[in-house]
Design a binder for this molecule. Structure first.
Ligand code: CP
Ligand code: NVA
Length: 313
């Protein structure tokens, strides 16, 4: 008699990081995001999340992630509940694992923002519903989905194009590395050496045959780029370090008009926001004609609808 096989439980559809996905799956989510933006729900159902709820756990502040996720699920018929550390038992020592188990009994998906990646992974390990990475100290994949969508709206397919990152090799830089490999574009990271992206990420990109270059020569890195990107010099959680030293290291990487002039004439400027005019970018660039930062912020809403649709359907 054939041995009895128990049916395998379907894998929970977590959205943790871009490197965990096949390019085709990420592309599908982006295309769904574009459909939602056009008002054409994939599958034809205008409110696919009726009866569904998303819990959003914030251990760090947020403007865009909080509002765009809440609007995304509500516009599609669902509900959102926000938990902040202070105001929930997470702030009094209840474990992330127990929080994951409990929230899974109430909601259909959990988004978490934490500056300790281990907590995201703990949440995913113990939740029985999809967990979405809403930023950790290491990565920010939801932002990258919006960024790819924004690039393509302005400049067409990102495959084989050149993106230059100038500044801190932080969580955003890390997700750009994942994206470069998964979406097939060239990424040049100009960073001061002490603030280079983590070596294991660069090793991963190399193993995957990604076109990812790290340099301290920012001017050469921007030469002929289709897109120039930067981010804050002091990420959440980095506030305790030597701020003066960080600023001194990063000043040569400020994105100004002189630097933008080295990129392609039609190159765009991107920044995930919040921005610090006069630090990582001049007002003339971020408020100038090549900046697409407001579209980028808006696209968080649409791209996350695509992510939610993948997680919940
Ligand atoms: N870009 C971004 O994630 O912004 P918030 O910190 O405001 O969510
Ligand atoms: N690198 C920034 C991104 C903010 C959205 C931070 O982690 O604070």
């Amino acid at each position: 008699m054939a041995p009895k096989t128990s049916p395998k439980a379907p894998a929970i559809k977590h959205f943790l990081d871009l490197d965990r996905f096949e390019p085709a799956t990420l592309r599908e989510m982006i295309e769904w995001g574009k459909d939602f933006k056009r008002g054409q729900a994939p599958g034809g159902e205008a409110r696919p999340f009726v009866g569904k709820a998303l819990a959003m756990v914030f251990e760090r502040p947020s403007t865009r992630t909080r509002v765009s996720f809440e609007r995304a699920i509500r516009q599609l018929g669902g509900d959102a509940i926000v938990l902040e550390t202070q105001g929930s038992h997470l702030g009094r020592g209840e474990t992330v694992a127990d929080t994951a188990r409990v929230l899974s009994r109430y909601v259909d998906a959990i988004m978490i923002r934490t500056t300790d990646e281990a907590k995201l992974l703990e949440m995913a390990e113990h939740a029985t519903v999809p967990v979405i990475n809403g930023l950790t100290d290491r990565t920010h994949p939801c932002q990258l989905m919006a960024d790819i969508m924004t690039f393509e709206e302005h400049r067409g397919a990102i495959e084989n194009r050149v993106v230059t990152w100038s500044g801190d090799g932080n969580n955003m830089a890390a997700s750009w590395i994942h994206a470069a490999v998964r979406f097939g574009f060239e990424l040049r990271l100009a960073c001061p050496e002490p603030l280079n992206p983590p070596a294991d990420l660069l090793d991963w990109a190399r193993e995957q045959n990604g076109r990812v270059l790290v340099t301290q020569d920012v001017e050469a890195a921007v030469e002929g780029a289709d897109c120039v990107v930067t981010d804050t010099w002091v990420s959440m959680g980095d506030e305790t370090g030597d701020s003066q030293q960080r600023h001194d290291l990063l000043r040569p990487y400020r994105v100004d008009d002189r630097l933008m002039a080295r990129a392609k004439p039609d190159a765009i400027f991107m920044h995930c926001l919040p921005a610090h005019r006069g630090d990582e970018v001049t007002a003339s660039v971020i408020d100038g004609p090549r900046s697409v930062v407001w579209d980028e912020a808006e696209n968080r809403l649409h791209a996350q609808k695509g992510i939610l649709y993948w997680c919940l359907s």
